[in-house]
Design a protein around this ligand. Sequence first.
Ligand code: UDP
Length: 319
Amino acid sequence: MKLLVTGGAGYIGSVCAARLVESGHEVTVLDDLSTGHADAVPDGCRFVQADVGDVAGSLLAEGFDGVLHFAAKSLVGESMQDPSKYWHGNVITSVRLLDAMREHGVPRLVFSSTAATYGEPESSPIPETALTRPTNTYGATKLAIDLAISGYAAAHGLAAVSLRYFNVAGAHGRFGERHTVETHLIPIVLQVALGRRQQVQMYGDDWPTEDGTCVRDYIHVTDLADAHLLALEHATAGEHQVYNLGNGTGFSVRQVIDACREVTGHPIPAEVAGRRAGDPATLVASSERARVELGWKPSTLDLATIVRDAWEFTRSRQA
Ligand code: UDP
């Protein structure tokens, strides 16, 4: 298929673009490099550096079989301080993309949604039927886009799939996580192991979990990327399908730090800090629907393996 990958110079977008090229697709990456890196665009992709909202129309006029839409603003804290950046950057841009797809008859869309659309869950693991009550602007904008996609699918026959990611981690060869502003747990802990930070702060140890720290569902980025390939195959005209992607097992912040100690051999000092605003205690996915309907089966369930891949990537960047 001839595919447009927005945000293909970012962490998840670059891994997906690499898997798409490996699978024989013709890929154009569209990224403004506001947070991505030009050298993360996989070999074999055509690269266009521009804003999605500005050029979607002219690019899609060339004729494409589908769009994988990763480009987004994705920092929860920033979204609370600067909501305009998120409503414009995520929602307005995505509506422009949807309009351009409609205008030029692009039939398929796979969208990067998020567990943040659910907010504080009522039960665990979280199915796709759970209530969507986002607790932050980032999650609200992703939910708004999901709702827009449903409308375009129903009205205009778009074949659409939204994938709601839980905690994506690990690396796919030379493609991995390197944000200028790093807020995610595993990369931060690995920075301590590299000597680039003194210690890691654990945001709260008084949560209603077994060891008092927050529990999350960590999924390997390669498994996540493979779900996108399956989503492309299974997308059905006029339907908007939604799938949660996680491993279905929760690990606490302490367990993640322990796994990083084991993998890196570094003592990784950790201190307890205050809770971070907007953090739910536990977020674990039920990915039953993706397994049954897409035939998706994550191959890396072991946290140490996920951490090891992230560590190898992080060290290779230092070399
Ligand atoms: N976390 C932490 N210290 C950090 C960064 C994150 O204790 O320096 C915790 C955070 O509160 C959450 C978990 O680690 O419970 C995962 O956070 P991350 O930002 O990686 O992903 P999120 O679950 O927010 O998408």
